[in-house]
Design a protein around this ligand. Structure first.
Ligand SMILES: [Zn+2]
Length: 206
C-alpha cells in the first residue's frame, strides 16, 4: 500500500468534511424532542431515574425514533429544561453553519404552566440564541396520537401565537396510531386562513 497516497486521500476527505461542515444550510425538519444532545439526554435520564438502556443512538429506525421521543417526553417535564435543550439545539445547528432553522414541537402543559408558556419558552430561547447569521423559527406540532380535541386546541394556540417566531403548524406523531383523515378538516381550515402547514407522510409502507 502506498502510504503517501493514503495520506493524500485522507487530506482530501478531511478537506471535503471541512467544506461540507462550513456550507450554509437550511434545516426544515428539526423536532426539539428528537434533537436533544445525547449527553444532555443521558444526564437528564440519570437525574430523573429514567431507564435508557434500550436506546441506541447509532441505530435509529422509525421504532427507535419513537422510543427516543417517548423517553424524551419523560425527561423534558419543566420549562427550564425545555429552555436548556432548545438553546443547545440552536447552538449545535449554528456550529454547522445553519442559516435557517425551523424547530417543531408539540406544546405541553407542565404542572401550573400552560401550553402558551411552553410556546413562549421556545420563543424566548430563540430570541436569546439567534445570531445575525442564523434565523430560527418554530412550528407548533399536532401529535396525531393525542386525538382531535387536542389538535383543535393546538390550532387555536397557533392562531393566538402566530407571528414573527411561530410561523406554522405541522402534523406528526406515530403514523400507525391515527390517520390524517381525522385531522384533515382542522388543517384545511387553517390553510384557508393562510397558515403554513407541514405534514409527515409516507413514513410506513403502504
Ligand atoms: Zn419528523
Amino acid at each position: 500500500m502506498d502510504k503517501g497516497k493514503v495520506g493524500e486521500d485522507m487530506k482530501e476527505v478531511q478537506q471535503l468534511m471541512t467544506d461540507c461542515f462550513s456550507l450554509p444550510k437550511v434545516e426544515l425538519h428539526a423536532h426539539i424532542g428528537g434533537c436533544i444532545r445525547p449527553e444532555t439526554f443521558l444526564e437528564l435520564a440519570e437525574k430523573k431515574g429514567v431507564s435508557v438502556e434500550h436506546i441506541d443512538f447509532y441505530k435509529v429506525d422509525i421504532k427507535m425514533a419513537f422510543e427516543i421521543f417517548v423517553v424524551g417526553s419523560k425527561l423534558v417535564t419543566d420549562l427550564a429544561t425545555l429552555h436548556r435543550i432548545t438553546t443547545e439545539i440552536i447552538a449545535d445547528y449554528a456550529k454547522h453553519n445553519c442559516a435557517y432553522l425551523e424547530l417543531r414541537s408539540t406544546p405541553k402543559a407542565f404542572g401550573e404552566n400552560s401550553k402558551n408558556d411552553y410556546v413562549n419558552t421556545v420563543i424566548n430561547a430563540i430570541k436569546e440564541s439567534e445570531t445575525e447569521h442564523m434565523r430560527v423559527r418554530y412550528l407548533i406540532s399536532v401529535n396525531r396520537s393525542s386525538g382531535v380535541a387536542d389538535a383543535k386546541e393546538a390550532a387555536q394556540l397557533l392562531r393566538d401565537m402566530k407571528g414573527e417566531y411561530v410561523v406554522g403548524i405541522e402534523l406528526s406523531g406515530h403514523p400507525e396510531q391515527a390517520s390524517f383523515n381525522d385531522y384533515k378538516e382542522i388543517f384545511e381550515e387553517l390553510q384557508k386562513e393562510g397558515t403554513k402547514i407541514s405534514l409527515h407522510c409516507a413514513e410506513t409502507k403502504n
